[in-house]
Design a protein around this ligand. Sequence first.
Ligand SMILES: [Cu+2]
Length: 523
Amino acid sequence: MANKEFTTGGLGRRQFLKLAGYGTFGVLAGGIWPFIDPTTASQLTAADQKPRSLPDLDLSLIARPAQVPIFPGEPTQVWQYQAIVHRGSQDRVVQLPRSYLGPIIKAHRGEKVRIRFRNDTVEKSIVHWHGLHVPAIMDGHPRHVVSQGESYFYEFEVKNRAGTYWYHPHPHGRTGPQVYRGLAGLFIVSDDEERSARLPSDEYDVPLVIQDRTFDRGNQLIYTAGHRMEQMTGFLGDWIMVNGMPDFVLPVSTNAYRLRILNGSNSRIYRLAWQDDRPLTIIGTDGGLLEKPLQRRYAFLSPGERLEIWADFNDDPIGFETALVSLPFDGGTAGRGMMMGRGMMQSQRLPNGVGFTIFKVKVTKRENRDWVLPPKLSEIGPSQQDAADNFSSPKDFFLTMNHMQWSINGRTFEMEDVADNEIVRLGSREIWQFHNTGGGMMHMMNMPHPIHLHGKQFRVIERRGVTHQGYVDEGLKDTVLIMPGERIKILVDFDDYPGMFLYHCHNLEHEDMGMMRNYYVKA
Ligand SMILES: [Cu+2]
């Protein structure tokens, strides 16, 4: 019964054919793992078709128009991911109350997940699992987009470490507007190592998705008007939303909390700090927990990145208030240039780099759960960069602007295009070096670029030209911020999953205008 809508009629034809190549659809619907072991799948006889390896979690994820009450008065028209759990307990999917965000999907490392994505929006779309290590065909490449009414089947094993990952659309040229309308959600992975760290759980484990939005007087979302200059900068909204809500307040008790923070904004960068000057105690980044907690006065969080913070309110009195703020910084000369041209754009109201409150925290009750910050959180190990195949000759990627177009090595995105230096050998370990050389002649277009690699967690092994202490490069990363004039070296293991993946700037307007390329892992 639950499967009914997902028999052939619910699948896009292309996708049906793709799946059919791995065995009959009947077998697929019966619950085996064609992508994990395609040979077995095609060899199954009718007698074998009894489900023998059901997914641990099986859900439908539907992207559709919805309306959400955000401000008093008219509800806001959004696009939203909604989920139906077919297998696995219902609490694997958590809907944030009064939020346009998609549900939080929860999985344990090693589990097999099936997600039946259905696109009920008018635009082509596909879902990318940001930070998850999945096969190329499961990664949400733009060439896999499905149209309205069509579906895409995802099946993968969760191989990542415990951590805060997320999912969002990835159609070429329309990622910015689709995420902006509301299509995004967290994907939280747990594992045994994390469990043994005994971190704050349940109500003390708080997801916080930061985004900026602009609304008209009728409470409806306004995106960019599509001017070239706006795209060059990226969309900047004038309301800071947390979990889809403006003026967010987090009520806490006198306890320690694990705050999982995602920057889900299109292009806004935050320089996170506590308003009352207590240090940020950072316990995790993109790829999960750090080896040990570290303290910083502030930390940058660019679009796509995550930070996990240990926030302890044990010593604060009832009624105490503080806030997580974004401190001022130089947000790139594009922002400043715009400001000088007064009246040009709405985004002037809150340019990248001005200071503001992100959300308030209020201590409302006394209660003691005695969470203890562990001195050791996880095991990551040294990066072993000297074992890289190209240790003495890193691959160079220049982030530049060509003819009013952001590009990587002078190239922009083409669906199937892979340049020579974008081909890697399966099983290799490579050093990639990104140079943010800025906008060249157009001095006013020096912009920060958060670079994201699909399908991989990597290590940051070197930074040059950095004049601040805002980076958290310890641990595993899938997205790194590179400010103008900076250079970074990352170490990537292409240890499994051949095929075509993306790497791109996670400023979504830069990405949509083509600051994105394929890399190809050759078996
Ligand atoms: Cu960029």
